[in-house]
Design a protein around this ligand. Sequence first.
Ligand SMILES: [Zn+2]
Length: 398
Amino acid sequence: MKKYLRLIIEILMGLLLAGALAFGYWSYNAKAHAIDELTDVSEGVDETKQELEKVTKELAEVKEKAETFEPAARELAAVKGSFENGVVLQDYEAFIKAQKGPVISERQLGLGALRLLTKGAQDPDTVAAYQKALEMAEWSSRLKSICAAQNALVAAGQKVKVLADCAEAEAPAKKHEKHAVHWAYEGEMGPENWGDEFPTCGNGKKQSPLNIVGPFEKSKDVLSVSYKEGPLKMLNNGHTIQINVEPGSTLKINKEVYNLVQFHFHRPSEEQIDGKPMAMTVHFVHKNAEGKLAVMGVLLSEGKDNEAIKTLWENVPKNEGPEVVVEGVKFNPSSLVPAALTHYSYEGSLTTPPCTEGVQFFILKTTVDISKKQVNDFPFKRNARPVQPANGRVINAS
Ligand SMILES: [Zn+2]
């Protein structure tokens, strides 16, 4: 009996030992697992902490930016509030209506801005005002107006192709590197595609230049030119040679006074007489007090050397660049104008983008000589827009 008891005790002891070992192993495993989990959790906490730091930093940056926008937003709200009752807009609209002749682009831009502030960007009148301003902006010097109108139209949600130069205008360092506006006389940016960026060039119905061909109506306009000698300010703008004129030189159309702003050259002449272009043409560009433009064209035909052209060509800037004042040289634009001012006249447009209409053209019948060599010395081989459809326009002859 004792022998069995001992065996039983030994078995029991054995079982106990095995149980203790099993428990020990199990609890060791459990502990190890718990430590693993704890490590995972603490790693997770670290990641969350880093994420939180990043978000906090970003939030601080956004706040800083918002603080700089805040005064601008307050200013804009104040300006908007001041115009909200619409009285100023009404006054301004009445003022524009009372203007004689076409509205100048800066005033049209102002109208757009007032409508934007009073009626908002979604109002069709706002969009229309800016679209009109965009079509009116003249010459490359009006790039600022073009950009202002394009940016406003974009703000109004309109699909407008903003000129690359407008982005450049905001980066002053790059400003003078390229043409103010991209267009050319040949290739992809040539006259047949000007309408892509300048709608009036493509869809205008009173475009210049014209082929001057009868039947003519009798012109009742009497011209008188009073140009004065002044400093020679020349410019190669990448499209032509332009001479800027100081105030004081005028063209009178009947009793209306137009100031000569600048004159420039085209090779060959843009206007054709009975389907034939001349060697070159000079366009004298005038503007009256209301901003209406009048261009007087003098055709240059191949012949003798021209003394006035000689003076100009001696100082001509061969490469594109800003205006140069030629020291010690005076020039009188009348030295390029024939004595007789009999002319053909018609309603046309700028012959360069943006092709704005409402420009009166007077093409003098008397041509002025230029030698073959002088024509060849002009820095542009070809800078003439092709003739445009008359679309029923009357050409007058005096
Ligand atoms: Zn011209």
